[in-house]
Design a protein around this ligand. Sequence first.
Ligand SMILES: NC(=O)C1=CN([C@@H]2O[C@H](COP(=O)(O)OP(=O)(O)OC[C@H]3O[C@@H](n4cnc5c(N)ncnc54)[C@H](O)[C@@H]3O)[C@@H](O)[C@H]2O)[C@@H](O)CC1
Ligand SMILES: Nc1ncnc2c1ncn2[C@@H]1O[C@H](COP(=O)(O)OP(=O)(O)O)[C@@H](O)[C@H]1O
Length: 312
Amino acid sequence: MATFLNSFLPDSDPQSKTQIVGKGLGKQTTKEEETSPFRLIEPEDIKKLFKPRAAFSYKGSYGHALIIAGAQQTMGAALLTSKGCLYAGAGLTTTSMPESGLTALNTLLPEVMFIKRKALLKNDALTKYSAIAIGPGLGKGAKAEQTLAQLFTLKRDFIADADALNILASRPDLLAIIEKHSILTPHVKEFDGLFGKHTNWWDRLQTARKKAIQLGIVIVLKNQYTFIVSQRGEVFINSTGNPAMAQGGMGDVLTGIIVAYVAQGYAAKDAAILGCYFHGKAGDDLAIKSFNVTASQVAEQIPRTIKDFLLS
Ligand SMILES: NC(=O)C1=CN([C@@H]2O[C@H](COP(=O)(O)OP(=O)(O)OC[C@H]3O[C@@H](n4cnc5c(N)ncnc54)[C@H](O)[C@@H]3O)[C@@H](O)[C@H]2O)[C@@H](O)CC1
Ligand SMILES: Nc1ncnc2c1ncn2[C@@H]1O[C@H](COP(=O)(O)OP(=O)(O)O)[C@@H](O)[C@H]1O
């Protein structure tokens, strides 16, 4: 039986009721499914995409992720992003947060290293990092905007979330020079801030496809069903996750997981698909025995969820 797009949207409109969603990322059984840009991610797709840990591998085999996050009032966002990255298996994680958060970082996540904000802007400072995430709890003030603007001139692809998206919304000049293969992870309000107000999800998805193609980036449009929009305008629908996860900091952990996968060598689209799938699946596994789940719990659950998933 055919599946239609409206099943994955919180609102209804005439077009999405007629849009067929293909099952899985591979070859489809009907012509309508094959030509549809909408695909539902299946567990088999994840099993094909996900690479096992290789014999004789070491920390250098799994990349070095850099996280630029946190401000005085939102230091927790930097910690949660770092935690997501650590638990999703980056070989090394370095976090650039205000120095006043250093004791908390060393106490809670001693595996994670620290770098001062100013040090990031020195010549070639970013070259040793295989993936960079920016934005959770960064703040929207002049200092945060200046950091983002300076980093954008360094011609690196970024995973941009939260306040980085809010800053980009007011700086279309920066958005216009975003490096190809960057990943934006907006929730609905951040998306509309970036690309204009939309009155329904069908229109929002059309804009996401247009912008992802135009800028050559991946857009992760977060919701109960998250849409991962590729540089070619394909829309991959993630169906893991549940309302027990509706708590602050959950998106920060997702950003940490995605940067960990980019650091491990996955292409932007694949890192986003794997990240959303395991983030939601970890929440689903926890929700079996828990009414609500915290962002920290989701991060800690990731390695167990992956192990169980690979054995299933
Ligand atoms: N422990 C921490 O330090 C935390 C820091 N956080 C950070 O704090 C900063 C600001 O967070 P705010 O909560 O002020 O801003 P948000 O951008 O999360 O929210 C702005 C507004 O949008 C609404 N909104 C968000 N998602 C929505 C959805 N799916 N549907 C409808 N409305 C939605 C919110 O209710 C709010 O009114 C961000 O950088 C964020 O990363 C948060 O992640 C929470 C935890
Ligand atoms: N009802 C839900 N079902 C599935 N996933 C959810 C639900 N509520 C929240 N999430 C997930 O939690 C994350 C919330 O991200 P975001 O809004 O950026 O939170 P924050 O800014 O607090 O970190 C997204 O990945 C979203 O898909």
